[in-house]
Write a protein that binds this ligand. Structure first.
Ligand code: SAM
Ligand code: SF4
Length: 330
């Protein structure tokens, strides 16, 4: 039928699907200790609804990659089945998962067998006390066994996403990199973004890409990787002559909006054309009212056509979106 193109020449082919807004961790940069007011069950898309929308995206709208996220996607009981049904679509996409890895040790093999290609695991520290401080749960050992199981199941390259927080783990970048290199995990540092439910993000306290690179450079020799970053948000650096690399996703200080190829579907069936969008387009209502695949595809096309050129975080008039990262799907 067509593609998901916008007025600035970008085409979205990478779909992030949030499977739930629930989570079993409480990362301080994401949600408050008491959790959030979760979405009502009846507003969350059923497996059939989800798979139908993903099928529309891949067969009618040119989507080539699907990443399941959340909240914590492993909390969706039917995850293996959803992956299997996605992999069985006529225009099957590449399928990946962004997860905190709690419980991944038990599910990695069946996810791989169902057709999952890769995982990204969020891990900000390898020190148990720091992990508990950041996530408010004492579960570092579960994350580590989840990573090992993903590696063994062939869900690679296994990537790790890390956020550095000033005064908490900003001195631990080199240690985390050394640990990841020894296990062949691909580490990427993400600048903290204003997407926490508590609206606690401050420009002057976030750790910048320059600071991350300066800290890593105290122990490693970094040189910019030759391969172009394309639509990938991570700027890659070769470590100690290679072949290993480390990535930095500098959404704030080195924005990459001009190359963005993403579109998001929330667990309650809203299309978001940007993490920082203030508007959403409701597919659930139309779907439940009996819209055809073509009608849903048209709504999706219109939702992406209105995408703004950039997130505007560095603009003094920037307003944080109402939905936090955990409810949008990171
Ligand atoms: N629960 C899963 C996880 O943690 O991987 C998936 C959802 S989580 C919202 C997706 C990613 O968003 C994680 O890598 C997490 O570190 C990142 N994230 C959450 N809040 C963030 C923030 N305020 N700034 C930057 N990254 C954030
Ligand atoms: Fe949960 Fe992921 Fe948010 Fe941490 S970053 S609280 S694991 S959704």
């Amino acid at each position: 039928m067509g593609t998901l193109s916008d007025a600035f020449g970008r085409t979205a082919s990478d779909l992030r699907v949030s499977l739930t807004d629930h989570c079993n961790l409480r990362c301080t940069y994401c949600m408050p200790a008491e959790g959030l007011a979760w979405l009502p069950d009846e507003s969350v898309l059923t497996d059939d609804e989800l798979v139908r929308l993903i099928g529309i995206a891949t067969s009618l709208l040119g989507v080539r990659e699907v990443r399941f996220t959340g909240g914590e996607p492993l909390l969706r009981r039917s995850l293996v089945d959803i992956v299997q049904r996605t992999a069985a679509l006529e225009a099957a996409p590449e399928i990946s998962l962004t997860t905190n890895a709690l419980g991944l040790a038990r599910k990695a093999q069946s996810l791989a067998a169902a057709g999952l290609d890769r995982v990204n695991v969020s891990l900000d520290t390898i020190r148990s006390d720091t992990f508990t401080k950041i996530t408010r749960r004492n579960r570092l050992h579960d994350v580590i066994s989840g990573l090992e199981a993903a590696h063994e199941a062939g869900l690679g390259p296994v990537k790790i996403n890390a956020v550095l927080l000033r005064g908490v783990n900003d001195d631990q970048g080199p240690e985390l990199l050394r640990w990841a290199l020894a296990r062949d995990y691909h580490l990427r540092f993400i600048e903290q973004m204003p997407l926490d439910a508590q609206h606690g993000w401050r420009r002057h306290t976030m750790i910048t890409a320059d600071e991350i690179l300066a800290s890593l450079s105290t122990e490693f020799e970094l040189s910019p990787a030759r391969e172009s970053r394309g639509s990938s948000p991570a700027e890659l650096f070769v470590v100690d002559g290679g072949p290993a690399t480390v990535g930095v996703i500098a959404s704030i200080t080195r924005p990459f909006c001009g190359d963005c190829d993403r579109v998001r579907l929330t667990a309650d069936g809203q299309v978001r054309n940007c993490l920082f969008a203030h508007q959403e387009s409701d597919l659930r209502g139309a779907l439940r009212a009996g819209a055809s695949d073509e009608e849903l595809a048209q709504r999706w096309v219109a939702a992406v056509a209105g995408k703004l050129p950039g997130h505007g975080i560095n603009d003094s008039r920037f307003l944080q979106p109402t939905r936090p990262m955990s409810a949008i799907g990171g």
